[in-house]
Design a protein around this ligand. Structure first.
Ligand SMILES: [Fe+2]
Length: 354
């Protein structure tokens, strides 16, 4: 069962979707093999300053890849992926990812149950030392990247994530794929973006490619603070990764969730009737409603009756801040990609001032 505070935020399957038929049932007892990562990197090691580290729900940036799925779990994931493949969307003009599938938790009960699995959530919460829950924007649950049809393009361009915490699970064995490596810049997201915007390459000595020893291995990270990419393939290959996002339940920390309303955006799978539902507005509204509710509950629990004018005002402002940001963001969109990215950066900067 998901954490009680988020359980009612996850919508039921919308009408436009149908469950795939013939997939295995997700069985954590057989399919999980959660093993502790060998090492971790702190936000400080990535170059973030004290103020930024204090604003994040965990001081840890990422862990080295570690095993998540058993051999049986990998086989079951492959079976599910083969049923999902006809729905994969190829978006050759995308700014980020050309081959992807979203809304998977409305298509596959296996993926839904993997993404909301309590054992994984607890394991990941323990690693980062903060309570997490599968993300309240459900299109951020079980996002899947597939090899682009045009292999000259990166599987995913350099970026930082729109969510606080996530993991990248490799469904393929990277040893069988030429190129397509998951790469991480050992610097801040601001520095990474600035280097690329000057038209320069990221210095090779500061880029690492964490080694995934096989299919079923996972890299856990605070994706909003880790500047990363999936490199172009050198040969066509069956490369499939799954990214599952989480919110921190530590609502005293500013919310790192961002969203993207771009013109002509595509977010979901191609469904059988080729209707592409746009749920992102409502998902962001629902995420913000969840956060506002948590903060108002916190206020009712904590604000003493002898709190003065300043303290009462600050408490209300804090509870309303996410609602105000969401209203501004939804009101502004959809925007061209560059304008939305600029808005996102301003919101990231504001996070440190809140
Ligand atoms: Fe990412």
């Amino acid at each position: 069962m998901p954490h009680s505070s988020v359980a009612d935020v996850y919508p039921d399957q919308p009408d436009a979707y149908e469950w795939i038929v013939g997939e295995p049932a997700f069985d954590p007892a057989r399919y999980l093999q959660l093993e502790a990562p060998d090492r971790l990197w702190t936000l400080e090691e990535f170059g973030y300053d004290e103020a930024f580290v204090a604003s994040q729900a965990s001081p840890i940036a990422m862990f080295s890849p570690s095993r998540m799925l058993s051999d049986e779990g990998v086989a079951a994931l492959h079976e599910t992926i083969s049923l999902l493949k006809p729905l994969v969307r190829q978006a050759p003009d995308s700014h980020r990812i050309s081959g992807y599938l979203r809304g998977t938790v409305f298509l596959s009960k296996f993926i839904r149950d993997l993404c909301r699995c309590d054992e994984i959530t607890e394991f990941m919460s323990g690693l980062f030392g903060t309570a997490l829950a599968p993300h309240t924007m459900v299109y951020q649950q079980g996002h899947m990247n597939f090899a682009p049809d045009d292999i000259s393009k990166p599987v995913d361009h350099w970026h930082h994530d729109f969510v606080g915490f996530d993991y990248v699970l490799m469904a393929h064995d990277p040893a069988t794929v030429e190129g397509g490596e998951f790469k991480v810049f050992m610097g801040t997201r601001e520095e990474g973006n600035a280097i690329l915007e000057r038209g320069e390459e990221l210095p090779v000595e500061r880029v690492i490619a964490p080694q995934f020893p096989g299919a079923g291995y996972t890299c856990f990270m605070q994706g909003n603070a880790v500047f990363h990419c999936a490199a172009p393939l050198k040969k066509p290959a069956d490369r499939v990764s799954l990214v599952n996002a989480y919110v921190s339940l530590d609502i005293d920390k500013p919310d790192p969730t961002r969203t993207f309303f771009v013109e002509a955006s595509g977010r979901y799978a191609w469904l059988k009737d080729e209707v592409e539902p746009h749920h992102s507005w409502a998902e962001y509204a629902r995420h913000t409603a969840w956060l506002g509710r948590e903060k108002l509950t916190h206020l009712l629990d904590d604000l003493p009756l002898d709190a003065g004018r300043e303290q009462s005002l600050a408490a209300l402002r804090q509870a309303a801040s996410d609602l105000e940001r969401a209203i501004k963001t939804i009101d502004a969109g959809p925007l061209p990609y560059e304008e939305m990215e600029a808005l996102r950066r301003r919101q990231d900067d504001d996070l440190l001032k809140s």
